[in-house]
Write a protein that binds this ligand. Structure first.
Ligand code: CO
Length: 211
């Protein structure tokens, strides 16, 4: 149990250190959070949201799952998006994927992984949409990397096509959706250049209109 106690000791030191740098840091956070960003990323321990973009507690609202997916019927993720957009009024949603994603790699394998294969089925769908492009890549590392990128493009589209984001744009709310990819091997983030900031830019089928 020594290891787990270490975490609590670390926490005490961290809190003391934060207070030493800024005496009112925690008392300011008690009243409210007003983050400008929503981060949707992979659960991977190597991709900690706040840390790699240099933000403090209170500055970024976070949702993470395996392979950073935004599934149309995932009430968990959709509720996070709704709260972030409707209540917190975040100005940016960052969909952050990463190279060497175990979820993406697993989806490219033929063996079974148990329950998680149902979740990874969504990655298989993306594989199917881009079959020609991916099949042309004979190097498995290149194929894995490209599927990580394509997954980000598709998840950005899924965010843009949610009713929450559609309605926010229709009401003139300022909101941009970004797709970023993080390189675990060098710590550098890359903007994939797929930012969407209005309903006209939402990919895919025309959004439904309210009656
Ligand atoms: Co991952």
């Amino acid at each position: 149990m020594a290891d787990i106690k270490q975490l609590l000791d670390n926490n005490k030191k961290w809190a003391e250190n934060m207070k030493r740098k800024d005496e009112k840091f925690f008392s300011r956070l008690v009243d409210q959070q007003s983050p400008k960003y929503l981060w949707i990323g992979c659960s991977d321990s190597r991709v900690p949201a706040n840390e790699i973009v240099g933000l403090l507690p209170g500055e970024i609202f976070v949702h993470r799952n395996i392979a950073n997916m935004v599934i149309h019927t995932d009430l968990n993720c959709l509720s996070v998006i709704q709260y972030a957009v409707d209540i917190l009024k975040v100005e940016h949603i960052i969909l952050c994927g990463h190279y060497d994603c175990a979820g993406i790699n697993a989806a490219l394998e033929e063996k079974e992984h148990g329950l998680i294969d149902n979740w990874l089925r969504h990655i298989d769908d993306i594989h199917r949409y881009y079959r020609n492009e991916l099949d042309a890549l004979t190097d498995v590392r290149a194929k894995r990397a490209r599927l990580c990128e394509l997954n980000i493009i598709e998840q950005v589209a899924n965010i843009c096509n949610t009713t929450v984001v559609n309605n926010a744009w229709r009401q003139g709310q300022r909101l941009s959706v970004h797709g970023w990819i993080y390189n675990v091997g060098d710590g550098i983030m890359h903007d994939m250049g797929v930012t969407v900031s209005d309903i006209a830019g939402a990919p895919g089928i025309a959004p439904r209109k309210r009656a």
